[in-house]
Design a protein around this ligand. Structure first.
Ligand code: HEC
Length: 192
């Protein structure tokens, strides 16, 4: 009898754990070798982190942080490209940018008013952490930086302190595609 009760409560506990919504979990798991994570594990990681990112980025009323999730996502799932500190990256683009960005072409110039916002997920010791939201906005008057203004939002919603030069020193290496890195090829969401 005693044994049965223990078995029953163990089953109940297991059911509760499984039924618990992702957002209610304390932490989200990230593999030690994140380059090696299976697609399903990456999608589970994103499900677990999705609300946490928006909650963090919007904490201080940042305008783009409050909008970007309504924009066009550009990849089928987040991926680790290497730059941006080996974080999982997922980029959203506004209406002005979407048509051109989703072609992932070279020899193009993005229209002025394009805004690209990239979520990032990092982590340590198997526990995922929200990374900054990285932003690029196309303007007409920043020729030194490919007419891009770089910015970012910290996981606590505050403006990320960055230097235009730091970001553009790397992005400028992609000058053959208007200084954009684009998502890894295997996760690109093509418009067709
Ligand atoms: C060491 C190189 C490097 C540095 C430094 C860097 N980036 Fe990136 N960034 C990349 C690469 C490569 C990609 C494309 C990879 C991906 O998104 O999966 C990218 C993608 C992006 C995107 C998505 C749009 C696109 O396709 O390029 C944004 C927005 C962005 N970075 C903003 C920033 C900001 C803001 C900074 C400065 C704080 C910065 N980056 C610094 C390499 C860099």
């Amino acid at each position: 009898m005693h044994r049965q009760i223990i078995a029953a409560s163990a089953t109940l506990a297991a059911t509760l754990t499984l039924a618990m919504p992702a957002a209610a979990q304390d932490t989200c798991a990230i593999a030690e070798d994140r380059f090696d994570m299976e697609e399903a594990a990456v999608i589970a990681l994103y499900d677990c982190m999705s609300e946490r990112m928006v909650t963090g980025y919007t904490k201080a009323g940042h305008e783009i942080a409050g909008q970007y999730r309504d924009w066009q996502v550009t990849s089928t799932r987040p991926a680790v490209a290497g730059p941006h500190q080996n974080r999982f990256l997922q980029t959203f683009v506004n209406d002005i940018a979407a048509g051109q960005y989703l072609k992932f072409e070279e020899d193009i110039t993005m229209p002025v008013g394009s805004i690209l916002a990239k979520e990032s997920i990092g982590g340590k010791d198997g526990v995922a952490r929200v990374g900054p939201l990285f932003i690029m906005e196309k303007v007409a008057d920043a020729p030194e930086y490919g007419n891009w203004v770089y910015s970012g939002v910290q996981p606590n919603g505050k403006e990320l302190k960055i230097s235009q030069k730091f970001c553009h020193d790397c992005h400028g290496g992609y000058d053959y595609q208007d200084s954009m890195g684009y998502p890894l090829e295997e996760v690109r969401l093509t418009a067709n």
